[in-house]
Design a protein around this ligand. Structure first.
Ligand SMILES: [Zn+2]
Length: 222
């Protein structure tokens, strides 16, 4: 991705390849920060260990209302009180206990006012995985805060995740950044681009001999 972006003429002032004041920029080197957040969430009673297997969840959950998203967790392990007995997160999944029924609202800088209902639009979500890596939601919240991010620009497929991340930020005492969610790029039939659209990937277009200027023009770059 970095190679392709550079080829397009898009540059950055911080990153895994050029360093910066808020490194490391590789999540694999930021484990201590994620662990500290896990401890704070555990101590604050915001998370609980969950032993449910993927198979358990497949049997009991209501169907997610959109196919991109994780299914609503049915709350099987929610009442567990043994979080304090764990000194390390490894070996079990950890979930965030969402405030059931709370409306999470934010003003997206591109798409306007957004509102999601905890327990309806999303359930108790993963913050740490059984295989001992922080889940996306936790890692991104910890990184945004530590790197003093003020504005997040990303795809509209993450709108609902923003609601989850706002709850996590509040639990950790972080100030939320502003969000600008972009409409997803779609093909001529209106289907969002995915791996099967590889014919339209930057790398492929480049290999076919298109110039960076031609690719930007095709993408509607001003
Ligand atoms: Zn469980």
């Amino acid at each position: 991705m970095m190679e392709d972006l550079r080829w397009l003429g898009i540059c950055w002032s911080e990153g895994p390849d050029c360093g910066g004041a808020y490194g490391s920029y590789s999540q694999s080197e930021r484990r201590a920060r994620y662990l500290e957040a896990w401890r704070r969430l555990r101590d604050g009673g915001f998370i609980y260990p969950c032993h449910c297997s993927r198979k358990d969840l497949a049997h009991s959950t209501s169907a997610p209302n959109d196919t991109d998203d994780e299914p609503l967790y049915p709350g099987t392990c929610r009442a567990r009180k043994d979080a304090a007995e764990f000194t390390e997160p490894a070996g079990v999944n950890w979930r965030f206990r969402i405030p059931e029924g709370e409306q999470v609202e934010f003003a997206d800088l591109n798409l306007g006012q957004q509102r999601y209902v905890a327990g309806n639009d999303f359930g108790d979500f993963l913050v740490w995985r059984r295989d001992d890596v922080p889940a996306y939601q936790l890692a991104v919240v910890v990184d945004d805060a530590a790197m003093r991010i003020t504005e997040v620009v990303r795809g509209a497929d993450l709108l609902k995740s923003t609601a989850r991340q706002l709850l996590l930020m509040r639990a950790l005492g972080h100030v939320a950044p502003d969000y600008f969610h972009c409409e997803l790029v779609r093909d001529s039939a209106g289907v969002r681009l995915a791996k099967r659209h590889d014919a339209l990937s930057i790398r492929h277009l480049r290999e076919c001999g298109m110039t960076a200027e031609e690719v930007l023009k095709m993408a509607g770059w001003p």
